[in-house]
Design a protein around this ligand. Structure first.
Ligand code: PGA
Length: 244
């Protein structure tokens, strides 16, 4: 596992966006899976800019959304659907056949999971996955205790996720379950990037990099990934041992 540290959030996001844009340029059929949230927000904006300015052909890559809050309509401004529509799909005018996000309103959520699993397998696997990290060490909605081998699944949300998650919404929202791509898919992804910025993430980044690999702290799985990379800014890395 590689760890790269950047001066600040802006430089980190620029680096991440460059990697994605260049990967799409070199491999137009790339399969990209991304998390929504505060961390990748600037990466998305810069990615759109780089793809447009770099005259990259972005009409063939596949975009998969990592997760969604169960029960939320895509029009809810705190939903992952809303985030990606505004940040990626609309600015790039992607064809709906190019992206797949979980329908969190579906009556049969298991079927939604099967659809995602089939999509990933039909596309020959995920090439690049970009995730953030929760304050409890979760990745997507792979909450503490989740098996490292699960594929797409519905998860009961941890109390920390329910309370921290309120930041995405205009007013209080009852959050109960999430639907998510699982850690089994993460392990099968060719290249995984975990991004974190700000001093509030310093503790969880320390555990991710220096702590034991354990189901009770899902992000620790990054230590096991054959091509995993942690991207942090100086604040998120402030508690790491000096030689890291
Ligand atoms: P954030 O979310 O990027 O909004 O901090 C990270 C996460 O909960 O996975």
């Amino acid at each position: 596992m590689q760890t790269l540290s950047f001066k600040n959030y802006e430089v980190l996001s620029d680096y991440m966006a460059d990697i994605i844009a260049n990967s799409i340029k070199n491999e137009p059929n790339l399969v990209l899976c991304m998390a929504s949230g505060s961390t990748p927000a600037l990466t998305c904006d810069l990615l759109v800019q780089k793809l447009k300015e770099g005259q990259v052909d972005y009409s063939k890559f596949t975009f998969l959304g990592l997760d969604e809050w169960v029960g939320l309509p895509p029009t809810n401004t705190g939903s992952c659907h809303y985030f990606f529509h505004k940040k990626i799909f609309e600015p790039l005018q992607l064809s709906p056949s190019q992206y797949f996000l979980f329908n969190a309103l579906a009556e049969d959520l298991k079927d939604e999971c099967s659809k995602m699993d089939k999509m990933i397998s039909d596309k020959g696997g995920i090439d690049i996955m970009i995730v953030g990290i929760g304050m409890n060490g979760h990745i997507g909605f792979n909450e503490p205790g989740t098996s490292f081998t699960l594929l797409s699944h519905v998860a009961e949300l941890d109390e920390i996720t329910k309370s921290v998650g309120q930041k995405y919404f205009d007013g209080p929202v009852a959050l109960g379950e999430g639907i998510t791509i699982g850690l089994g898919h993460l392990m099968n992804t060719k290249k995984v990037f975990l991004m974190a910025n700000g001093s509030k993430k310093a503790e969880v980044i320390k555990k991710t990099i220096e702590g034991p690999v354990t189901k009770s702290f899902p992000a620790s799985i990054m230590q096991k990934h054959p091509d995993g990379c942690i991207l942090i800014d100086e604040e998120a890395g402030s508690l790491l041992k000096k030689d890291k």
